[in-house]
Structure formats: C-alpha cells, structure tokens
Design a protein around this ligand. Structure first.
Ligand SMILES: CCCCCCC[C@@H](O)CC(=O)SCCNC(=O)CCNC(=O)[C@H](O)C(C)(C)COP(=O)(O)OP(=O)(O)OC[C@H]1O[C@@H](n2cnc3c(N)ncnc32)[C@H](O)[C@@H]1OP(=O)(O)O
Length: 310
C-alpha cells in the first residue's frame, strides 16, 4: 500500500494536501520522441502533416509540438501521490481514468516549465477511489501560463472510506469540463484507423511514464491483465493526432482543450479506430479497438476555429 502517515484513508487530510511547486524541463528531443511514441510518421516517414513534429530542415528548434505533449507535465506527480497524507491505495491497481487539458499558448519546442498542482477532487465509488489532480503550468522565464492538466486517477480497491452514509465526493472542477461526451447516433464526420505497434508502450514510456504496468508482464498480471497495457495518454495522443489530421488539416495549434475518459485498456499492437463528429467548434470523438470491437476512449476536443480545408 502507498500512502504516508496513518494506515487509515482520511479524505479531509487528502484534500487539504498542498503540493510543492516543481520544475519540468524538456528539449526538442523529448518533443520528437513523444511524437514517435504516439505514432507520428509510423506509417509514412515523410508524412507532410507530421514530419514537422520530429524534424525541421532549419534545425530542431523549429520542430512543432503536439498539444497532447502538455500531458507529460503532470507525470512528475506520480511519485508525489505516494506522499499525500491520508491516501491509502495499492499503486499496482492504479488506472488512469480521465484527462482534461487546456492549452493557452502553442507549446515551445523546448522549455523550462513551472508546475503548480492542487487536489481537484476526491470521490468514494465503493470499489474504487477517484483522485483528481489539477496542474497549471507556466513558462518559467516569462511567467506566462502555458497549459492546464486535470487528471482523474482511478484507484481500484481504495474506496469505502466514507464516514457517513453518503459516499464522500469533493470536486472543485466546473461541470462543463467533464470528460463525458454523448456519442451521436449519426454517421461520424471522419474515421481514422491506425495500428499501434507491439512495442508501442515500450517506446512511449521513454517519454517519462515508467509505470511497470506498461512493460512488466508480472506487474500487468497482478493488475488483472494478460500482458502489459498501453498508457492511457498514448491512446489519447493517437486520438488527438487523428483529429489534427482529419479535422484540423494538420494544424495542431487550433486545439484549445482536450477531454478524454479511458473506458477500457488497450493492448499494444491493437488497431485503433477514431470516430469523429463535428458540433460547431467541438469535435466529439470515440476510439474503438478494432480486434475486440470495444470502445476504449471517448471525449471531446474544442477548437479555436475551423480549418479552411473543411
Ligand atoms: C499523478 C500522475 C498519475 C499518472 C497516471 C497515469 C498512470 C498510467 O501509467 C496508468 C495508465 O495509463 S492505465 C491505462 C489507461 N487506463 C485504462 O486502461 C483504464 C480503462 N478503464 C477501465 O478499465 C474502466 O473504465 C475502470 C476500471 C476505470 C472503471 O470501470 P468499472 O470499475 O467497471 O467502473 P464503473 O462501475 O463503470 O463505474 C464506477 C464509478 O466510477 C466512475 N468511472 C468509471 N470509469 C471511470 C473513468 N475512466 N474515469 C473516471 N471515473 C470513472 C463511474 O462514473 C462510476 O461512478 P458513478 O457510479 O458515480 O457514476
């Protein structure tokens, strides 16, 4: 069990926790490695909409950064979670539940980022606890806000801590940022199919999420899976890349916010089908695994304008 202090789950202690500010530094190499990790250029090494994420003829400082790269700024908090007083959970049973990202400014090709994090929610679901963490990231030098991440972490086996008959639920998030998106009954506006590689999680983990659930067969077995599973943020990266390709005409900076709920695990090597519906400036999307015909991720992406190519 992870958690410090007493061995009792204490929700009030959890939500009053204050994280220290932290720095996250990245280079063009990290941005390019991340792009490869979420499948950019995997099928076409000279893809005219994606080569810019990994190479620029005038030098690496000119490469473009995918908006979902912003999610990596939150990864350092995995180890911080183990220090939260009053939080009791088994790290091997942790799953990524949801991710919400707001982008305030295009991400630079390299940077030093100052992260300010807080507990944004805590819910007792009986069989599980859901912990929400919000991280606002600033460019250290200018002080400009760059992005915000809010993640929901699903802690299997950690629920049942409520002291009253009402299940404990605390949230400071506005409800319009919920990852829930009603999937339209109509035909999708666009569909994009892509195969992940059998070694996808082994490549993606080099972007900083070294959770052994994605690489170690024994750990994956303890967590209830037949083999290591793909990182949720890798699947999200595939989905948003599909939206940039099919709806944004390859222009990644049209994306203002991204929301996603992980519905089911993905095994590396499976084929992802991203279905997209346009509703004004909102793209509602759903990702299915072709081999099992199961929805694994759904959510929405808000754009600041529509592409002239539509
Ligand atoms: C600090 C930095 C941390 C970094 C974190 C990232 C670390 C990574 O290394 C870890 C990963 O990437 S794990 C891989 C990605 N995630 C997954 O594969 C999970 C997929 N989802 C599932 O398996 C199930 O939905 C499952 C198991 C999540 C839920 O299924 P069920 O148990 O069947 O739940 P259900 O009975 O349907 O619902 C119970 C209550 O929980 C809410 N809920 C369900 N799914 C949720 C989800 N994905 N996110 C948030 N909340 C969720 C339901 O709404 C329900 O609540 P209520 O009863 O109030 O409606």
């Amino acid at each position: 069990m992870a958690g410090s202090g007493s061995s009792e789950f204490d929700p009030e202690l959890v939500i009053s926790h204050k994280f220290p500010e932290s720095l996250y530094t990245y280079t063009e190499r990290d941005a390019a490695l991340y792009a490869l990790g979420i499948g950019a250029c995997a099928n076409d090494a000279i893809d005219d909409k994606e080569l810019k994420y990994v190479y620029h003829q005038d030098g690496q400082q000119f490469i473009q950064v995918l908006p979902t790269f912003a999610a990596l700024f939150s990864l350092g908090f995995t180890s911080e979670m183990e220090q939260i007083p009053g939080l009791q959970y088994d790290p091997r049973l942790l799953l990524h539940g949801q991710q919400y990202i707001e982008i305030y400014k295009p991400l630079p090709s390299h940077g030093c980022i100052l992260n300010k994090a807080s507990i944004a929610g805590l819910h007792d679901k009986g069989k599980a606890a859901i912990l929400e963490i919000e991280i606002v990231s600033y460019e250290k030098e200018s002080g400009d806000p760059l992005c915000m991440n809010r993640l929901a972490i699903y802690l299997r086996g950690a629920g049942g801590f409520s002291k009253s008959s009402q299940p404990y639920s605390y949230s400071k998030s506005p409800s319009n940022q919920s990852a829930f998106a009603k999937i339209p009954k109509s035909q999708p506006f666009a569909v994009f199919e892509e195969c992940t590689n059998a070694s996808q999680a082994l490549l993606y983990r080099l972007s900083g999420d070294y959770n052994p659930l994605h690489s170690d067969p024994t750990v994956a077995g303890i967590a209830g899976f037949s083999r290591p599973i793909l990182h949720g943020l890798c699947t999200l990266g595939y989905a948003v890349r599909a939206i940039i390709k099919c709806i944004c005409g390859g222009e990644q900076n049209m994306i203002k916010s991204i929301s996603g709920r992980f519905l089911l695990h993905v095994y590396p090597g499976e084929t992802l089908i991203t279905e997209m519906w346009l509703a004004g400036l909102r793209v509602i999307y759903q990702v299915k695994v072709k081999e099992r015909n199961r929805a694994v991720l759904s959510g929405f992406v808000d754009l600041d304008r529509l592409s002239s190519s539509l």
